[in-house]
Design a protein around this ligand. Sequence first.
Ligand code: E4P
Length: 215
Amino acid sequence: MKLFLDTANVEEIRAAAEWGILDGVTTNPSLVAKEGRDFMEVLREITAIVDGPISAEVVSTKASDMVTEGRKLAKVHKNIYVKVPMTTEGLKATKILSGEGTRVNMTLVFSSLQALLAAKVGAAYVSPFIGRLDDIGQTGMEIIEEISTIYQNYSFKTEILVASIRHPIHVKEAALLGADIATMPFSVLEKLPRHSLTDIGLDRFLKDWAKLPKK
Ligand code: E4P
């Protein structure tokens, strides 16, 4: 499973990239707004840090405008995936952009039927928002299983990008279900290598080592 960071913060991206486990980055308008910086400038910086898929989202709502915006974003770097929202206008725009060879990440997906439509218009990625479904009392991970079955039934090539991840259990469940990608905030990614027994074990090894007579 590929691991992506869901952030527009270049410091976080730089730190995770150094660990050698970062495969890509997803951003969204809220994450970009949080940084308070020029979007194109941030995007260029990210492409210089990570050699992998980087999602940049359109903010237009009409298909023709989404296409214009998507083309502009795609020109920034060969690794850019254009994020398009799951609306009927978004479907139209995705069909056009995918047809031109632009890789589209269909976002704001909350049902397996929406994911079916994303695949039909040629989206490269589909982003089901697990955490936001959990927030309203629905088990988000259930739709990952459904999407996976639907995609297998029809041999769709669209990759499942599990989004809106809130904690490491979401990451584990996504991996157990065979999702292609999980995108998560830095606060979740940094928890993945940690285990209290690793810390205790290392501490003991180092203390024992220190007891060796020094020459
Ligand atoms: C996906 O690409 C989105 O940016 C993201 O995962 C949304 O997560 P949130 O529900 O934590 O805002």
